[in-house]
Design a protein around this ligand. Structure first.
Ligand code: 5RP
Length: 263
């Protein structure tokens, strides 16, 4: 039986992640099919969801977005299935590297952007859980991950750099993501090129341009995918940012209570 998830002794940043994750799992109801994101914030969510399922005796089916999340979810006793079995999900909860006022995202810091985008797109609702450091006016300070197939890697990289010349961005440096001495490999056996663009003027245009290049599998810009961001803070309170009506988002997400009394 996994340990009870506790917030005791957490750093402010982990308290923020924990608080956002804890609020997000309140959206999960009996019978739901739920997409599980990847990353340190999503890890909190998976552990808290496991605890909720055990405590409330919920019957839900989960689709993990990475092997890492699958292993953690399995250890938590969550019932796992594939996206092909589930076909469509009620809700996906995931972290992000950046989000803007339109709830457009940069994701892929953990290298799971391809599965994350497929799972989020196949969901009625995507909730992002985040600490406040990921909130930006303009996307792009976080390097934009692009997943590419191994064949012709350097040609694809050159094509990406050439494409950036005609895009509204402030930088064109690219780096191949590494894992120690080797190139980083995604769960699909692909590689990641990180684009150090610094500022993205037209995120939709850049996302479309990148995905048209041969060799590119997917990019880390999530446009019109996220419905709600739950923003955790170091003191345990949570803000909500929705796509349409901010007040409605606060109300829907928080129901008037914006701090956990035990944090
Ligand atoms: C993984 C992701 C993560 O959601 C993103 O990198 C945020 O991670 P963390 O919660 O650890 O900051 O996109 O591919």
């Amino acid at each position: 039986m996994p340990d009870t998830v506790s917030s005791r002794g957490l750093s402010p940043i982990d308290t923020a992640k924990y608080a956002a994750a804890r609020r997000a799992v309140e959206f999960v109801q009996n019978g739901m099919k739920v997409g599980l994101g990847t990353g340190s914030t999503a890890d909190w969510m998976v552990r808290l969801l496991g605890q909720k399922v055990r405590q409330d005796n919920l019957h839900i089916l989960c689709v993990p977005t990475s092997k890492r999340t699958a292993d953690l979810a399995h250890a938590q006793g969550l019932a796992l299935t594939t996206l092909d079995e589930a076909q469509w999900l009620d809700l996906t909860i995931d972290g992000a590297d950046e989000f803007d006022a339109e709830l457009n995202l940069i994701k892929g810091g953990g290298g799971a952007l391809l599965h994350e985008k497929i799972v989020a797109t196949a969901s009625d609702q995507m909730i992002v859980i985040s600490d406040v450091s990921k909130q930006v006016d303009t996307l792009g300070a976080f390097p934009l991950p692009v997943e590419v197939i191994p064949f012709g890697l350097q040609s694809t990289r050159a094509l990406i750099e050439e494409t950036l010349v005609s895009m509204d961005v402030a930088g064109r440096k690219t780096t191949l993501r590494r894992n120690g001495d080797a190139l980083f490999k995604t769960d699909e056996g692909n590689h990641i090129i990180d684009l150090h663009v610094q500022r993205i003027g037209h995120a939709r245009q850049l996302a479309l341009a990148l995905n048209q290049l041969p060799g590119v599998v997917e990019n880390g810009l999530f446009i019109d995918t996220c419905d709600l961001v739950l923003i955790g803070h170091g003191d345990g309170h949570v803000d909500a940012q929705g796509i349409h009506d901010p007040a409605a988002a606060e109300d829907m997400a928080l129901g008037g209570k914006n701090i956990f009394t035990d944090l």
